[in-house]
Design a protein around this ligand. Structure first.
Ligand SMILES: NC(=O)c1ccc[n+]([C@@H]2O[C@H](COP(=O)([O-])OP(=O)(O)OC[C@H]3O[C@@H](n4cnc5c(N)ncnc54)[C@H](O)[C@@H]3O)[C@@H](O)[C@H]2O)c1
Length: 343
């Protein structure tokens, strides 16, 4: 058993509480939240768990091995750093931090102290994403060419970070996970309609070194609720629709074959429109899988799938995207962005 503390039990943190309170190898010892109404409600649901408004109560208890952090994103760095400095493993919600230098500092701190640092890149634990990853790995789609993500809805409208920082971490983490690479350049454009300088709708393009590409459309000002990933390969195409209750993955046996002459002129392009397959996806609530993975990594001293380096990579891409957004959509290299952020 490991002793777990939770800091931040708002809209999302309460889901973490539900899992950490019921995983067989974890004991949810503390819930910390500044809001007394939240503490009151949580005390009713979790009578065995101590409620507090002071993170020091958790950090000073030697029976707490690991802490999950689900406070507002601008506080992630400060709270996660305090947890690591107290010698405890930490799970931090996405995005790891809002500045890549701070994410780097957390990664180094965790490494120096031999502690686990895991980031809540939820979709990396989704059975449907696992399925797509396995297809890419065994070449079932042919060469993976490009990906696009649609993550749009009406709300929740955030006031501290824009929609790029709020929603795109999921898509960036999946793009890097599926392609097993990080992008070399990012171009992002968007618009603030509801609040000054907080973009509500953003379109981002990530270019990878070998010509692969990922496009991300995120918005909290949209009539549709869409959570969709489309991956186009040379031989097949696959769509993951998270709004579907059961048939989350569809594999399209569709493609185009280009015949070239010796001089490399295109002679003919033949289109193939084959069957559509809906595979059975292993059951599993992604958040539960993710919480279990954190506990397993702490107990077996193994590196989390979405470790600090993964969190840092996503923050670097977000940062480059922000720079591009400020420059009106101009492509920004990942390294250029880091230099600019440190300047
Ligand atoms: N993985 C996902 O799919 C997902 C989904 C939603 C939100 N999130 C992330 O979860 C985090 C929280 O988002 P939310 O929607 O729950 O926000 P929220 O505002 O509903 O909750 C944040 C909570 O943190 C508490 N808090 C703030 N400062 C604190 C402190 N110093 N000590 C103790 N408690 C403190 C607040 O009282 C509040 O209850 C964000 O980082 C967000 O990006 C992740």
């Amino acid at each position: 058993m490991i002793g777990v503390g939770l800091i931040g039990a708002g809209n999302w943190g309460r889901n973490l509480a539900r899992h950490f309170a019921t995983l067989p190898q974890a004991e949810l010892k503390y819930i910390c939240d500044l809001n007394p109404e939240i503490r009151q409600a949580m005390a009713v649901s979790y009578p065995q768990t101590v409620m507090t408004d002071d993170i020091r109560t958790i950090l000073s208890d030697p029976n707490v091995d690991a802490v999950a952090v689900a406070v507002d994103a601008p506080l992630h760095y400060r709270v996660a750093k305090a947890v690591l400095e107290a010698g405890k493993h930490v799970y931090v919600e996405k995005p790891l931090t809002l500045v890549s230098a701070e994410a780097r500092e957390l990664v180094d701190l965790a490494q120096a102290r031999h502690l686990k640092l895991m980031v809540g890149h939820l979709l990396e634990y989704h059975p449907a994403v696992d399925y797509m990853k396995a297809m890419v790995r065994r070449g079932a789609l042919g060469k993976a060419l490009y990906l696009y993500f649609q993550r749009v809805n009406l709300g929740i409208v955030r006031q501290t970070e824009n929609v790029w920082w709020s929603l795109a971490p999921h898509d960036i983490s999946v793009a890097c996970y599926l392609f097993e690479a990080e992008p070399v350049s990012i171009s992002v454009s968007g618009q603030s309609y509801l609040q000054d300088d907080i973009e509500d709708v953003v379109f981002g393009s990530l270019k990878f070194a070998d010509g692969r590409m990922a496009h991300i459309h995120v918005s909290w000002l949209d009539p549709h609720k869409i959570r969709k990933v489309t991956l186009v390969g040379e031989q097949k195409m696959v769509v993951f629709d998270d709004m579907e209750a059961t048939e989350k993955i569809r594999i399209y046996d569709k493609g185009a074959e280009v015949r070239r002459s010796v001089e490399s002129y295109v002679e003919a392009i033949t289109l193939r429109n084959g069957d559509i397959l809906i595979p059975r996806i292993a059951p599993g609530e992604p958040l539960r899988v993710e919480c279990q993975h954190f506990v397993d990594c702490v107990m077996s001293d193994t590196t989390p799938r979405s470790d600090g380096e993964d969190g840092l990579r996503v923050v670097r891409v977000l940062e480059a995207g922000s720079l591009s957004l400020c420059r009106g959509g101009e492509p920004v290299g990942l390294d250029t962005a880091s230099v600019a952020a440190h300047a």
